[in-house]
Design a protein around this ligand. Structure first.
Ligand SMILES: Nc1nc2c(ncn2[C@@H]2O[C@H](COP(=O)(O)OP(=O)(O)OP(=O)(O)O)[C@@H](O)[C@H]2O)c(=O)[nH]1
Ligand SMILES: [Mg+2]
Length: 452
């Protein structure tokens, strides 16, 4: 019952003080809130200039733009009112105080407006996630992906898949339930299995995206590793354009892994600075080195930095155990090196660079290479529909259930085929949050005209 719901209100714009503060009210008493605060209800979806008054004292609080979105044509599907106030603390506090005195109104909990949009069927679960990602997006590529998801890219696909599974299930159920009826065709199971096989292939193809959608959400991981004092932290600071990590002439300065977020031409990259790798008896440093190895091994790319000015230069004693990812060799301190033209192709490194993190010589080439690495990595994300582990698990579970249904097909046990198809449909229903068992029966009666 919608009317049993409390009416909620919240500040929907950013932190005050600001030029404008947007306060939204949602629920059955949203209309009452407008009547009490501005003495009238504006035309639906049309901004109206209004004097906002405290309903008890009658004191004018502010002049605002007021909007009225009656149910069901609102973002949440319920009655909604919106006030665009001047964005000061005292204005917002006074309006909140006034709203709090109106019966049935209370402050909204986090995400409660979106929760109502979901409950009222305005957004499915994946669209809710897309909305959260859009708000969190830091780079253009993340924004585009989140927007695609908000507009139903995975939600609509998985709902279409679910409908096809329900169609196949309806065939098998019809075969089981109505096998005595004269007008039910004999072979309903074979077409159901053909449909299941096609779906299986289609979903498996969507899963074979190398995890790029998830990566775009979280960012590509690039770890800077190498021997102590090579200039790893200096390089991180240069790439981040701020002094994120402590730099010192003493080897063993960095202990904890330091992480900064970069936006490389629209693509998100998490850059890690790590402890210099060497033999150490000191427990804190040992732990730092252990963490370095762990993070470097899990990274998408390792920049192995060495002090190129050091005698014997080259890669020194490279610890290959930290390099299970793709690694580039970065020979630093070019400004101190005697042989400035030193370029080497050390084995085990996909690329080599000579730079000076201090003077920034050679940094342009390194940044360009990192950018094109990110570009290549994310090239396929325009078509990636999976952006979260939750989606991946659901689609994998769905494929597994479809495969079990197909395996049962050989045995000819219709109940077991139906059970696996039902499981596959439920998994997809959970993905979008739309599980509804009634629709299976609906399809049977609609498609087969068996009802009497
Ligand atoms: N001349 C010169 N000095 C540099 C360069 N890059 C770093 N340094 C210096 O080298 C020293 C070590 O730099 P860091 O960035 O702290 O080195 P690190 O690899 O992070 O060292 P650890 O954290 O101890 O593993 C500092 O004194 C830096 O100023 C460079 O390109 N040229
Ligand atoms: Mg360091």
């Amino acid at each position: 019952m919608a009317d049993a719901r409390p009416t909620i209100f919240a500040l929907s714009s950013g932190r005050p003080p600001a030029a404008i503060a947007v306060v939204r009210v949602c629920g059955p008493n949203a209309r009452l809130a407008l009547e009490k605060l501005i003495g009238r209800v504006p035309e639906p979806r049309q901004a109206a200039l209004a004097r906002v008054r405290d309903p008890q004292s009658g004191e004018a609080i502010d002049e605002a733009l007021a909007l009225w979105f009656p149910s069901p044509h609102s973002e949440t599907g319920e009655d909604m009112a919106e006030l665009q106030l001047h964005g000061g603390y005292a204005v917002i506090a006074a309006v909140f105080g006034a709203l709090g005195t109106i019966e049935g109104l209370r402050p909204a909990e986090p995400g409660e407006f979106t929760r109502r949009a979901f409950d009222n069927g305005r957004l499915d679960l994946t669209e809710v996630e897309g909305l959260a990602d859009l708000i969190a997006a830091e780079t253009p590529a993340q924004r585009r992906q989140a927007f695609r998801q908000l507009k139903g890219l995975i939600g609509d696909r998985s709902e279409a898949w679910r409908q096809k599974i329900i169609g196949a299930l309806a065939l098998v159920e019809a075969r089981i339930d109505f096998s005595d009826e004269a007008d039910v065709p004999e072979d309903l199971v074979a077409p159901a299995l053909i449909a299941a096989q096609q779906l299986c292939d289609e979903i498996a193809a969507a899963l074979a995206d190398g995890g790029r959608g998830e990566r775009l959400r979280d960012g590509l991981v690039v770890a800077i590793a190498g021997p102590p004092n090579a200039g790893k932290s200096t390089l991180l600071n240069r790439l981040a354009r701020r002094e994120a990590a402590i730099v010192s002439p003493y080897p063993g300065t960095t202990r904890d892994v330091i992480e900064v977020h970069l936006n490389l031409d629209g693509y998100p990259v998490n850059l890690l600075d790590t402890a210099g790798i060497r033999e150490s008896r000191e427990p804190v440093e040992q732990e730092g080195i252990r963490r370095t190895r762990e993070r470097a091994a899990a990274a998408d790319l390792v920049l192995w930095v060495i002090d190129g000015s050091a005698a014997g230069g080259a890669a020194g004693d490279i610890d290959k155990s930290a390099l299970s990812s793709i690694a580039w060799l970065v020979r630093n301190k070019l400004d101190l090196a005697v042989d400035k033209l030193w370029i080497s192709s050390e084995s085990g490194f996909a690329k080599c660079f000579s730079i000076s993190a201090a003077t920034e010589a050679g940094m342009g080439g390194l940044i360009a290479a990192l950018t094109s690495f990110a570009e290549d990595y994310f090239a396929a994300t325009e078509t990636a529909i999976v952006t979260r582990v939750r989606h991946r698990r659901a689609l994998e579970d769905c494929v597994a259930a479809l495969k079990r249904a197909l395996a049962q097909g050989a045995s000819g046990r219709e109940e077991l085929i139906a059970e696996e198809l039902r499981a596959a449909a439920t998994i997809l229903g959970r993905l979008t949050g739309r599980v509804d068992v009634e629709d299976i029966l609906d399809v049977i009666f609609r498609d087969f005209c068996i009802g009497k």
